[in-house]
Write a protein that binds this ligand. Structure first.
Ligand SMILES: C[S@@+](CC[C@H](N)C(=O)[O-])C[C@H]1O[C@@H](n2cnc3c(N)ncnc32)[C@H](O)[C@@H]1O
Length: 359
């Protein structure tokens, strides 16, 4: 017999004997509660690997062994993992079983709606804090049969999905592991054609460097209904969370959001960086951690003052949020010294020096 019980996990070690996509819902919920999550599994979902790389949890790539339970306040394991279950019982560590009943939900939805009546909902999830997911986005998530998610989506909100939901991790790691876009499109189409309600959950807004347009086109070409739920882009949320207004009546009358993925001068770049240096607007650079030295050098060479305030905000909206302040001349170096890794947004312009005098 089992009972519903609550357990304080904040600041305590929780051992997860699985790190696959289906466990994401539990792992991210535990992280949101402040647990020190330690994943023990030979293979993990890309998002779990990324969380480990960013120091937000620890992961050891081997099969679970009872010794892993040392100092654990809780162990998380799939129902079929006998080894973790018996070790938990032997050492008296509470056990949380990961819900894996996805087939039931998926086939129930397929039977209920009938093939071909599924839909795809492109949900912009905001910068990572589930509190910044819109009410409409949350409602779509709660009703989803399948959630196709990215590493920058508000992962803690996955806890709001219903039991039995199928979670598919298609994260792209900058300059690393990724699921090709064609494969992501095919996943969306396959599940929706089987009559399922598919939520494509993204970080920020799906149409701001989110490839939402391509996904929409692919689903529409397959004859599927698509709904779009906008999200709060990190381009706006990250500066705001760091206390920086992108416009200010006395400082600037506009802002430009650009990708820093390709540096100035790259043959593939479509941006006129020289014009941006002279535009008199706040510059908001996404995906620019690696190229920041080249970008800031070019902007200075094109006449933007080396003393222009600049700030880099990493992991905006997450407990790990960090802000590095500087000027155009040194923000790339300051960002490097601080060990900032993506995701981060850099803001360049007078507003980056904004501080409210709190008296
Ligand atoms: C592929 S783009 C996706 C942008 C997303 N669709 C949006 O509207 O925010 C990924 C980039 O967004 C930015 N980003 C996303 N989430 C972030 C966060 N929580 N904090 C800082 N930057 C973030 C980073 O520049 C990251 O490299």
């Amino acid at each position: 017999m089992s009972y519903r019980a609550s357990l304080e996990v904040s600041g305590r070690r929780v051992v997860c004997a699985t790190g696959d996509a289906q466990a994401l819902r539990t792992i991210t919920g535990l992280l949101a509660e402040g647990a020190l999550v330690h994943v023990v599994a030979p293979e993990v979902a890309t998002t779990v690997r990324d969380l480990a790389d960013r120091g937000l949890l620890t992961w050891v790539p081997h099969a679970f062994a009872p010794a892993d339970l040392m100092r654990a306040a809780l162990v998380v394991a799939p129902a079929e993992d006998d080894s973790a279950r018996s070790a938990a019982a032997e050492f008296g560590v509470p056990l949380l079983v990961v819900d894996r009943d996805s087939d039931t939900a998926a086939s129930a939805a397929a039977g209920g709606d009938g093939p071909g009546r599924g839909e795809v909902i492109l949900v912009g999830g905001g910068p990572g804090d589930p509190g910044l997911l819109t009410v409409a986005g949350l409602e779509a998530l709660r009703q989803a049969d399948v959630v196709v998610t990215d590493r920058l989506a508000p992962l803690a909100a996955l806890e709001e999905t219903r039991p039995g939901v199928e979670i598919i991790d298609v994260s792209k790691i900058p300059r690393g592991e990724f699921t090709p876009q064609e494969q992501i499109n095919a996943i969306l189409i396959e599940h929706a054609q089987a009559g399922r309600r598919v939520v494509r959950l993204k970080g920020g807004d799906s149409f701001v460097f989110g490839r939402g347009g391509e996904e929409w086109e692919a689903c529409a070409a397959a004859g599927l209904p698509v709904r779009v739920i906008p999200g709060v882009s990190s381009a706006i949320a990250a500066p705001a969370l760091a206390g920086i207004p992108l416009t200010h009546r006395t400082m600037t009358q506009g802002f430009a959001v650009v990708s820093g993925h390709l540096p100035p001068g790259d043959p593939g770049s479509t941006l006129d960086w020289s014009a941006l240096a002279r535009a008199g607007v706040t510059l908001v650079i996404l995906m620019g951690v690696a190229t920041l030295p080249a970008i800031t050098e070019h902007l200075q060479a094109e006449g933007l003052s080396r003393e222009t305030p600049a700030v880099t905000i990493a992991d905006a909206g997450l407990p790990s949020q960090r802000t590095v302040r500087g000027q155009l001349a040194d923000i790339a170096e300051q960002t490097r010294i601080a060990g900032i890794k993506p995701p981060a947004v850099t803001v360049i312009g007078e507003v980056a020096g904004f501080r409210v005098d709190r008296g």
